[in-house]
Design a protein around this ligand. Structure first.
Ligand code: ADE
Length: 394
């Protein structure tokens, strides 16, 4: 029989839901975005946390969540904030389109919906950056709507509970249906969060703790001895490798030159040191010097900076230079005038480039990859910097 048609033994959904909720009442994780037991959390807090938790672990999100909430305690405050401040506060959390969508949703809700969140899955999905999973999670947690929220953790738990051997992503619709069938009539928010906690603490990818699982009796994957091998994954596509050069330049005061990326696209609106184009191979030294923002005694640092994006891997060689006078803003010079020592910036950079003092770098809207590049340039000649992306959910 083909795997997709293998008979699925279904647990009794009422018993399974009751067992999971009883387990949650004792073992729930204390997370900063959760309301105390028996209470419902404010929609603004649920929404903010669910956007931050997309592709990102609870441990990585906690500090950002607290910081956002203290700076922008409600939707009106967030809607009134400049986008650049929101991007800077998001710096390091990754997937920056989320911050842009968060900000534009805040403006829509505050200005067009009188500050009231949509309470249905369809209404939530109409907001930028909210797909089926996030809409389900917000609807269930904030409004007690009986809607499953099946993310990668919940997929793993459900694939094991029902012993689904179909590979991902083909198994997704079936797993979602199973999640929906298990939803209890009340406590929808607790149920979806219980499923998240079970996936995070008991039904982990490797060595699941089946002995302490509230679903140990009904888990078909455990009974068949295949739990740890589930969910099955389709062939992974290799991520292409892109390479390029970055230019980390300091002026006499130690300030670093940064430019703003285009508003749309990868890392949109965030800051970076001047970068050349990304291609299959590193540029030759001559080519790199043509890509530099201006002529200077550029020096190539030893090693490479590596960073993994969702769809490709990036390797960057870092070039550094020091220019010998303070310069509060990049000066655009033409060939005839201005005999200062700061050389002309390539015109494409001049309009959106600025010198940021080293002590202000921590608060700048710099993505992690750009922070790694700058650190490598500032410690030039230092050890090879490798990619670490602990915040990302696997
Ligand atoms: N992952 C996504 N949403 C979550 C939540 N509300 N609690 C814990 N982990 C989550």
């Amino acid at each position: 029989m083909p795997k997709s048609r293998a008979k699925v033994q279904k647990p009794d959904s009422g018993t399974a839901a009751a067992r999971l909720l009883a387990w949650y009442d004792v073992h729930r994780r204390a997370l900063p975005w959760r309301a105390p037991p028996g209470r419902r959390q404010e929609p603004y807090r649920v929404w903010l946390s669910e956007i931050m938790l997309q592709q990102t672990t609870a441990a990585a999100v906690a500090g950002y969540y607290r910081n956002f909430l203290s700076r922008w305690p409600n939707i009106e405050a967030l809607a009134a904030a400049p986008l650049d401040d929101v991007l800077a506060a998001w710096s390091g959390l990754g997937y920056y389109a989320r911050a842009r969508n968060l900000h534009s949703s805040a403006r829509m809700i505050a200005r067009e919906m009188n500050g009231r969140f949509p309470q249905t899955v369809e209404g939530l999905k109409a907001l930028p950056g909210i797909g089926a999973y996030t809409a389900g999670a917000i609807a269930a947690i904030a409004f007690d709507v009986k809607e499953a929220a099946v993310d990668a953790n919940a997929e793993r738990v459900l694939a094991r509970l029902y012993a689904v051997e179909e590979t991902l992503p083909r198994a997704k619709p079936q797993l979602r249906r199973f999640g929906q069938e298990l939803m209890p009539e009340s406590r929808a928010g607790d149920f979806v969060q219980a499923l998240m906690d079970l996936g995070a603490t008991i039904c982990t990818p490797r060595r699941p703790d089946c002995e302490n699982c509230p679903w140990t009796e009904e888990c078909e994957g455990r009974k068949r001895g295949i739990a740890e091998t589930l969910p099955r994954k389709g062939a992974l596509r290799a991520r292409p490798l892109k390479r390029g050069a970055a230019f980390v330049v300091r002026d006499g005061t130690g300030a670093v030159l940064l430019v703003k990326r285009p508003e749309k696209g990868l890392l949109g609106g965030m800051l970076e040191p001047p970068l050349g184009p990304w291609a299959a191979a590193f540029p030759s030294a001559d080519e790199a010097l043509r890509q530099a923002p201006f002529a200077a005694p550029w020096r190539k640092c030893a090693g490479v900076v590596r960073h993994g994006f969702t769809h490709f891997e990036l390797e960057i060689e870092v070039w550094t230079a020091e220019v010998d006078r303070g310069c509060p803003a990049p000066i655009r010079r033409n060939s005839s005038g201005n005999a200062g020592k700061m050389p002309a910036l390539r015109p494409i950079l001049a309009d959106n480039a600025k010198w940021i003092p080293v002590e202000k770098l921590a608060d700048a809207a710099l993505p992690t990859v750009m922070r790694k590049i700058i650190a490598h340039g500032l410690n030039s000649g230092g050890a090879l910097v490798t990619q670490t992306r602990s915040a990302r959910k696997r």
